[in-house]
Design a protein around this ligand. Structure first.
Ligand SMILES: C[S@@+](CC[C@H](N)C(=O)[O-])C[C@H]1O[C@@H](n2cnc3c(N)ncnc32)[C@H](O)[C@@H]1O
Length: 560
């Protein structure tokens, strides 16, 4: 079953649907209590609703809002799990005292991490009445003292390391040298002994056996003045232990490749440190204020399973596109759960992925292997078989085959369900033909057997995806390049959210160069040759459509 999922919705509601003690690590970066307008990042319906909800009644209201959600997080966290709550000075005191200490207990507090997120000073046009505020707080709590922890190590830049490791031995291994003799203040009688014709006045820093071992490893050397020193090799340097002040992780700057374009996006390095520090490979990581998806993008790279939740359609779609960008043949699949689904996307999904997903949506348990028993794809929690058909107009033969498969699958359960007048099984499909419906009625009347036919639309709401049209205009040559303008027009009952553009489309991987285009207008310069451009439109429900434009640019521009 695909465990990695991206879910649209208020995290309070979504968290309530997750099972107890199933998550290993939670990182959240909820909207801060700052009242700054940039707190509204995405500006879509979902986020605005949440914004109003949070700020309708001052700090007490905000703390209550957060507490309800963190209470649910506590429930789904495994007993060995950890939580990291990212906040800032606006409410960090209240969050610690009134939320985290109350829910997790002050004995389960591990650290208050201070992250220096900014190195700028206040501009001189402002009259300075206080110090520049350049840090965020990340509270680290655990559920109990068995929570996994591995000390992060900080490497420093290569330039700094080369300055510190300033010597090279005969094998060209870079090293620094450290004293191995005790200073006068720490003199130890029992450590004063002779080794290789040298007797330190106040003693060695170690016993003879240890010194011999170091020497054998080639790590003891004598300077030109005959002073013994210990070699420490750069290639063995594992970094220095991090403490709770993090100064070495810079914010997502304008020119970094990870930038999505909103002020509160967190750097991947920050999440990498947290995830490595408090989880192992294959653990489940949750971020229920997922934003642009930094946490789960990093979790995915580090071979963790993940769940991402956000109230905003834009956040979910941006995260989906960001994940698609980094997925490769070896990546685990993931699902995106919106409020509505469009028929085409579901109908043409990979068959096994679809079966797994729809059985899960139905509240059942899907088979873990692709070839199900007797063509059955899962079962309900009461052990009634479920079969999924990813097609329309299911016919009579499907019902008959299912009827005999169910009996062979578990005769005792079949008989029991039959005698209790419960459904002996469920068939899920896009639609059922007349023959299937009549056969189900016949089985009920003549054999006293109930088979339930369920359409996909009975399980999940289906909506029409947006329409999309793209017009283009050749604006002529600029040196060797051709300038072309594009205008995309989308229509949807739900309203259009944004457009995204991939100007070097390599089917089927949509890797947008322009992600959050609200206007649908782009101008681009092309070299001579053939080009494939893909445009996506995303509506307010997160449903999307794509148009692919094939262009031949030579003396003229031709659209195929
Ligand atoms: C500060 S951003 C997270 C940024 C993220 N850490 C990143 O690096 O991209 C906060 C996110 O919380 C979302 N949000 C706000 N209220 C929410 C709620 N009740 N449930 C789920 N998401 C919510 C917002 O839509 C926004 O995307």
């Amino acid at each position: 079953m695909a465990i990695n999922k991206l879910i649209l919705g208020d995290c309070l509601e979504v968290l309530k649907t997750l099972e107890n003690e199933t998550v290993d690590l939670i990182y959240i970066d909820p909207p801060f209590f700052s009242n700054r307008t940039y707190e509204v990042i995405w500006g879509d319906k979902g986020e605005i609703r949440s914004f109003e909800d949070r700020f309708s009644g001052g700090i007490d209201h905000y703390i209550g809002w957060l507490k309800d959600r963190i209470q649910e997080m506590y429930r789904i966290l495994k007993p060995t799990g950890s939580i990291f709550v990212h906040c800032d000075y606006h409410a960090n005191a209240e969050i610690k005292v009134f939320v985290l200490n109350k829910i997790f207990g002050s004995n389960n507090f591990r650290n208050e991490i201070t992250w220096k997120r900014n190195f700028t000073k206040k501009g001189s046009q402002f009259k300075m009445s206080k110090l520049a505020q350049n840090t965020d707080t990340i509270f680290y709590y655990v559920k109990n003292d068995k929570a996994y922890f591995s000390t992060p190590r900080i490497n420093g830049s290569m330039e700094e390391l080369l300055l510190r490791y300033d010597k090279e031995d005969e094998d060209s291994r870079r090293f620094k040298s450290e004293p191995i003799e005790l200073p006068r203040m720490m003199a130890r009688e029992n450590l004063i002994y002779e080794y290789k014709n040298y007797t330190p006045k106040y003693g060695w820093m170690m016993v003879r056996e240890k010194l011999e071992e170091i020497d054998k490893q080639g790590k003891l050397y004598f300077t030109k003045n005959g002073k013994p020193r210990r070699k420490s090799f750069l290639d063995e340097y594992g970094g220095s232990e991090a403490d709770n002040i993090w100064l070495d992780i810079t914010p997502v700057g304008q020119n970094q490749s990870e930038i999505i374009g909103y002020p509160t996006q967190k750097p991947e390095a920050l999440l990498e440190r947290i995830i490595k520090m408090a989880s192992n490979e294959n653990d489940v990581i949750l971020d229920c204020f997922v934003g642009g998806g930094t946490t789960i993008t990093v979790a995915d790279k580090l071979n963790r399973n993940w769940i991402g939740i956000d109230q905003s359609v834009q956040a979910v779609k941006v995260t989906e596109f960001r994940l698609n960008k980094q997925q490769n043949l070896f990546s685990k699949p993931f699902t995106v759960q919106l409020h509505k689904y469009d028929y085409d996307t579901l109908r043409y999904k990979d068959a096994f992925e679809f079966e797994t997903w729809i059985v899960g949506q139905f509240g059942g348990l899907a088979n873990s292997k692709q070839r199900g028993d007797l063509g059955l794809d899962g079962k309900t929690r009461e052990n009634q078989p479920i079969q999924v058909k990813r097609s329309d107009g299911i016919g009579r033969n499907v019902i008959d085959n299912f009827f005999s498969a169910v009996q062979r699958f578990d005769k005792a359960s079949f008989e029991k369900n039959k005698s209790e007048q419960k459904p002996i099984g469920f068939i899920i499909a896009f639609s059922f033909g007349k023959g299937a419906i009549q056969e189900v009625a016949r089985l009920k009347n003549q054999e006293n057997v109930i088979i339930k036919l369920v359409t996909v639309e009975d399980i999940v709401p289906i909506a029409k995806k947006p329409t999309l049209q793209v017009e283009m205009q050749d604006l002529g040559k600029i040196k060797e390049l051709r300038q072309i303008s594009f205008v995309a027009t989308g229509q949807s009952e739900a309203g259009i959210e944004f457009f995204a553009w991939d100007f070097a489309y390599n089917e089927p991987n949509f890797v947008p160069e322009i992600l959050l285009d609200k206007t649908g207008k782009q101008t681009y310069l092309f070299k001579a040759g053939e080009h494939k451009i893909a445009v996506k439109v995303v509506d307010n429900e997160g449903l999307e459509n794509i148009e692919v434009i094939k262009l031949k640019v030579n003396g003229e521009v031709k659209r195929n």
